[in-house]
Design a protein around this ligand. Structure first.
Ligand SMILES: Cc1cc2nc3c(=O)[nH]c(=O)nc-3n(C[C@H](O)[C@H](O)[C@H](O)COP(=O)(O)OP(=O)(O)OC[C@H]3O[C@@H](n4cnc5c(N)ncnc54)[C@H](O)[C@@H]3O)c2cc1C
Length: 264
């Protein structure tokens, strides 16, 4: 017999989020402008693929700056003791140049999270699902794909990954390996500022490209997740809608301001 309130009794309650002093354990160069920072968490956290954390810097005079960064590592099993964040250096920025030029292994950096209940996906949510990432906007999809691989899921997933140049394709070897392993993940890469001399498509994401990807998936797409700079998300969402996909299936995560440059 159903017990009133039984569902709420089984629901997990997120603990209050405090700032914690995470320690940088490793720094890996992913591309000329992106480095991965691996943080050890004194307070391990449970998160869902797609969530992000806040990273806060405090200057000697007390001035503080905080920015959001998607978690690229997979959650679990259990609470994550370590997080990977892939941070792109924006030359005129505050936080990202500090992380690239000054932050070192063993430094303590304040982190708070996980945050974000909207832009998440786990294999339990089902598929087929289409991810569209521009530049460092591939970050949340890495967490989703790594989690999917870690639990041996075969839910159909496709990633359309756009970058300006071949050398800016983050995690490309790992993504290629996942795509060739035959587990229901397909990858399409398009480069916007490097034509020819590579096996990828050239040009921006448009309706034709999305249509090709969706047709190859064979079953109707359940959801489309788009992540990147604001102009990138605009272009990709327009292309997705023009390809005939229901706009209510689209979720977006935007990394920058509306006027922060042209799409990658
Ligand atoms: C939910 C969420 C997740 C994010 N995840 C990531 C991530 O995984 N990796 C990552 O590198 N960034 C990510 N970002 C962006 C990040 O939060 C910062 O905005 C970025 O690092 C710039 O910070 P900054 O202090 O260096 O530059 P700022 O001092 O904030 O800005 C400097 C200049 O760059 C412009 N600008 C700001 N952001 C962008 C951008 N993304 N693209 C182009 N121009 C921009 C500003 O308009 C300004 O002119 C995320 C943002 C959000 C909202």
């Amino acid at each position: 017999m159903a017990t009133p309130g039984a569902n709420s009794a089984t629901r997990t309650i997120d603990p209050p989020m405090n700032w914690q002093n995470a320690i940088i354990t490793r720094i890996e160069t992913r591309s000329p402008r992106v480095k991965s920072f691996f943080f050890r968490l004194p307070e391990p956290m449970t998160f869902r693929p797609g969530q992000h954390v806040l990273l806060r810097l405090t200057a000697p005079d007390g001035y503080r700056a905080q920015r959001s960064y998607s978690i690229t590592s997979a959650p679990g099993p259990g609470k994550a003791k370590e997080l990977e964040l892939a941070i792109e250096r924006l030359d005129d920025g505050e936080v990202s140049p500090f992380m690239h030029d000054a932050a070192e292994v063993d430094d303590e950096i304040e982190i708070r999270g996980p945050i974000g209940g909207h832009f998440n996906w786990s294999p339990e949510d089902g598929g087929p699902i289409l991810f569209i990432g521009g530049g460092s906007g591939v970050a949340p999809f890495m967490s989703m794909l790594r989690h999917r691989a870690a639990i041996g899921s075969r839910v159909p997933v496709a990633l359309v990954f756009s970058a300006r140049l071949r050398q800016e394709l983050l995690f490309f070897d790992e993504l290629s390996k996942l795509a060739t392993s035959g587990g229901g993940f397909s990858l399409m890469v398009t480069l916007t500022r490097e034509a020819g001399a590579h096996p990828f498509r050239a040009g921006r994401i448009d309706a034709a490209l999305i249509k090709d990807m969706v047709t190859a998936m064979k079953a109707p797409v359940r959801q489309v997740l788009i992540c990147g700079s604001n102009p990138f998300v605009e272009t990709a969402a327009e292309g997705t809608i023009a390809s005939g996909i229901d706009p209510t299936l689209i979720k977006t995560e935007r990394y920058g301001k509306a006027d922060s440059g042209s799409p990658p």
